[in-house]
Every structure is written in C-alpha cells, then in structure tokens.
Design a protein. Structure first.
Length: 260
C-alpha cells in the first residue's frame, strides 16, 4: 500500500505538470455544455446568418429537457473514448521507451503497485472530468429547458462512469502490454470502433460493456431492462478485473525489454 501511495503521488505530479488535470476536464465541460446551448440558440443563429425562408421553423422549441440531455450524452459519448485513449495510451509504454521505468524497476517495487498507480491516476482524472462534464450539461439543460429528475442524472452518471472505467482499464492495460502506437491503436479499436459497430448491429445482443452508454441514456426516460443492464454491469466488472491482471502481467513481462 505504501508503494502504491508513493507511486500514485508521482503519477499525480506528472498529470499536473502535463496539465491533464486542467485541459481534460475543460474539454469534457465544453462538450457537455455545447449541445444544450447550441440547440437552444440554433434558431437565433440561423436567423442571424440569414437566407432563411419566411416562416421557417426548425421545431427546436418543442424539444424536451430529456431529449436534450440524451442528445448531449450521445455527442459526449463520441469524444470521451478518443480523449481518454489519446491521453493515456503511453502512460506505461513511454516510460519503457525513454527508460524512465528502469529507475523504478531496479528497485524492489511491486509490479501490481506500479500498474495500479498508473491506473488510479488515469481513473481519477477521467472520472472527475466525466462527472464534471455531465453535471455541466445537466446544469445548462435545467437553465435553458426544464428540470430533469436528479435521481435519473445520478443513475446516468453512475452507469456512464463504469463505461469510463472500462475504457481507462483497456487503455492502461494496452500500454502495459505494447509500445505506445500499438497500444493506442488497440485501445481505439476496442473502445471507439467496437462502440460504433455496436451502434450499427448491436440490436442482436443486449449484454456487453459497449451497451453501458445506451443504458446510461435509457435512465433519462425509463429504467433499462433490469436483467440485461445488471448482466452488462457484471460482465464489465469481470472484464475490468481480468484486464487488470493482464496489465500487471504485462508490466512484469516487459521489464525484460528495458535496457538499464
């Protein structure tokens, strides 16, 4: 535990120096706020641009707060995976490449402490950024449209946070196993592109980690199917645990590739 705490402090200082603790939350807040604000002022923007037919009505004024929030989460969902992967795909592999890890590996450290310090640092930044971004979206939705039940937002954030945790684990584990370029490509394939495939043909299955984004949005209208939702949660948790063990193994195995 002491090793993990010391390594996590080192990891947090790295995130502060690289400004990840600043720019990632700002980007998430920007994407969270953009959709409700743009939808609300879209007709004014189009009228200001001009060249609109007389009497033209986009019908945006009839949009409900639930629809706005669902649309916002959909747009938010597209960018979250990419930002997390691009931000943390070199979190372990870059230290192997520039031999910074050699300074740690020559000491009697636990590889599990090393891996989990990386995972914990990335998780804190990603989860806090996600929660702030979704709360910012909720705030502007309430101001510009109508109230959304707080318990629905809490359920949405809780479900979506598990998806973010899955993305972080995939990214950190890939970084522990492969060089940065390969890790980034693999993480993007497993999160972003599989997510796109699931959105196209995902109606043929109802249980998978990639369904969490859909189930998160479902909380805004009505509760998702209980059995499918909880099975997806269990499958995701198991996948995260397995990926963690694989990540620790990868960090230990790749020690042999570092020249001291």
């Amino acid at each position: 535990m002491m090793q993990w705490r010391v390594l996590l402090q080192k990891e947090w200082r790295d995130h502060v120096r690289s400004l990840k603790v600043l720019w990632i939350p700002l980007v998430f807040v920007l994407y969270g706020v953009m959709q409700p604000v743009m939808l609300y002022y879209m007709e004014d923007i189009m009228k200001a641009v001009g060249n609109m037919p007389e009497g033209f009505d986009m019908g945006i004024t009839d949009v409900t707060s639930v629809e706005v929030m669902a649309s916002t989460v959909g747009q938010f969902h597209l960018i979250v995976s990419l930002i997390i992967v691009l931000s943390f795909m070199g979190i372990i592999s870059k230290e192997r490449k520039n031999r910074t890890a050699a300074l740690l590996y020559v000491r009697p450290i636990s590889f599990s402490s090393y891996y989990f310090s990386k995972w914990s640092g990335a998780t804190i930044v990603a989860l806090v950024s996600t929660i702030i971004g979704l709360l910012a979206s909720y705030y502007y939705t309430v101001i510009l449209y109508n109230e959304v039940d707080a318990w629905r937002i809490a359920a949405l954030i809780g479900t979506y946070s598990l998806w973010v945790l899955f993305v972080v684990t995939v990214t950190v584990t890939a970084s522990a196993l492969f060089p940065t370029g390969v890790a980034g490509t693999l993480a993007i394939l497993l999160t972003y592109f599989v997510q796109l495939i699931d959105s196209i043909i995902g109606q043929f299955w109802t249980v998978s980690p990639w369904k969490l984004g859909t189930y998160a949005v479902t909380w805004l209208g009505s509760k998702p199917d209980s059995s499918d939702f909880w099975l997806s949660v269990v499958v995701t948790v198991i996948a995260i645990i397995v990926l963690m063990f694989v990540g620790v193994f990868g960090a230990r195995k790749n020690m042999e590739n570092i020249k001291i």
